[in-house]
Design a protein around this ligand. Sequence first.
Ligand code: ADP
Length: 319
Amino acid sequence: MKKIGVLTSGGDSPGMNAAIRAVVRKAIYHDIEVYGIYGGYSGLISGNIKKLELGSVGDIIHRGGTMLHSARCPEFKTKEGQQQGISQLRAFGIEGLVVIGGDGSYRGAKALTEQGFPCIGVPGTIDNDIPGTDVTIGFDTALNTVIDAVDKIRDTATSHERTFIIEVMGRNAGDIALSAGLAGGAETILIPEENYDMNEIAERLRKGQERGKKHSIIIIAEGVSSGVEFGKQLKEATNLDVRVSVLGHIQRGGSPSASDRVLASRLGARAVELLIEGRGGRTVGIENNKLVDYDIIEALDKQHKLDLELYKLSKELSI
Ligand code: ADP
């Protein structure tokens, strides 16, 4: 393999830049040329492709977002779009592609692989919802952003003796909510993987107040319900002074944590190694701190599993 491409797709996440840097540097180290595809699959279809040099990825390891930009591209879900993408890659002499992104981006990489163009999926999303890895690039940073916000909200919740509902991201996964709730000492954590009972929540809040608890933090994953809607229902059920804070896109930005930079560097480099070994059509990930790779088609058939032990623990510690 003499030429490879790299793109970022779907929702951006902190650490994507560190992953791009690792792909570029590792490839050049092995005398392979690297082409950056700008704007995800959209840029692939339109041929927005430029050669990257060692210096192209200088000074980006600490930056959030993605220097290659990202996009949602419905056209790439069609066979015509995918064929057009492959034609562009071949026109540049590119023989393998590293796709850094989430679940949807993996599906695009899988489609290309099935049509004979080898791709490697690198898990880049704050949601931590990708099978084939314990953790995704960006999750740790997003978690730290959420914790920072929760700590600040706790200050005001304590001062005003209020119940706060904090809505966090995660799409259909509860990982951010669960870990942030545990690390932020939330009284209640609501995740899409588990049903909740409004009466039980109201009862917990009431008991807490009886014990002298003056404030409460409830973390709700966006996959459960909107925080505002849940807030209305909670107010009806308890008559408490409820406030809602929707953290939104601040969770996606910011300088990647050390842990995300290390993860991104390891996974980006491993993706290039797999292409060098002629093993396209794989996903890279980390399990028990060891690098792993899986067939991209099989990986997508699996379900990401939330650590329910953590959920149990969070309940025990928030009595
Ligand atoms: P993420 O990668 O963060 O999950 P999306 O789900 O929006 O984000 O997917 C990103 C892009 O991946 C989409 O805009 C589309 O171009 C491509 N994609 C998503 N699903 C498929 C699919 N089933 N087949 C081919 N391409 C897909």
